[in-house]
Write a protein that binds this ligand. Structure first.
Ligand code: DC
Length: 238
């Protein structure tokens, strides 16, 4: 059975990771949360007091950063590790959300992360979520989804997520952060967030997670059947 790449891009807090994770589990594919990688870089920059405008410092820091995902059997989740240390909880905090868009707009940071992401997905059989997967990391992804949802819905989801982790943040602060990140993500020079021409739009404002997952799986199944049919007709011709 051939394996494909499923690229899920879109705005922050539309349910990309939850959907991508569930799709990966149902298909027996790997899941790569590329936002977590930019968050881990941001954490390193904060801890090491790297000046974002100092290219030499940024490049040296990137050389010293090693990001991996470890499967936690107890939680069943893939957890982000920065130089061998589990930083999964830390990178989800608000102080990281407040600088991650600036960090991910630095071209050198993007080049380093994109190269690692392409390596991680080179055998295919992955679901990757982010902002530039269908446009830059895997422009040849077999399934491309562009997710969106209205700002209020996204902010409420983000607030619940933070609350579950014990961080109480008011809705206005979250809305401001989302709007600021949307602006930076969509207007940066290096691979801004845009819908790839061949990506299908998925508005999750009024959808449940199950519906979102089914929607993506339906497209993946359709694509796999098409690939299967094409490879069958090629074998017959040969
Ligand atoms: O998906 P997230 O909210 O964890 O992503 C954090 C930030 O990282 C987001 O503001 C934009 C950036 N990002 C990016 O620029 N490219 C990606 N492929 C993934 C995330």
């Amino acid at each position: 059975m051939p394996k494909i790449v499923i690229a899920i891009d879109g705005y922050s807090s539309c349910g990309k990771s939850t959907t991508a994770k569930a799709v990966a589990a149902r298909m027996g594919y790997g899941y790569i949360d590329t936002g977590a990688m930019y968050r881990a870089v941001s954490l390193y920059f904060i801890r090491e007091r790297i000046s974002l405008s100092n290219q030499r410092e940024v490049l040296a820091a990137l050389d010293a950063i090693h990001i991996t995902f470890n499967h936690n059997k107890r939680t069943g989740r893939n957890e982000t590790c920065l130089n061998g240390l589990n930083v999964e909880e830390e990178i989800r905090k608000m102080y990281i959300s407040n600088i991650v868009s600036e960090v991910s707009a630095i071209p050198e940071v993007r080049w380093a992360m994109v190269a690692q992401q392409q390596k991680m997905g080179r055998r295919r059989g992955v679901v990757m979520d982010g902002r530039d997967i269908g446009t830059k990391v895997f422009p040849d992804a077999e399934v491309k989804v562009f997710m969106t949802a209205d700002t209020y819905t996204r902010a409420r989801r983000r607030q619940e997520e933070l609350l579950e982790k014990g961080e109480m943040v008011n809705l206005d602060e979250i809305i401001q952060n989302l709007e600021k990140r949307d602006k930076i993500d969509t207007t940066r020079t290096e691979s801004p967030l845009v819908q790839a021409p061949d990506a299908e739009l998925l508005d999750t404002s009024h959808m449940t997670i199950e519906e979102q997952v089914d929607w993506v799986i339906e497209r993946a199944d359709r694509r796999l059947a098409e690939i299967h049919r094409l490879s069958g007709s090629q074998t017959k011709k040969a």
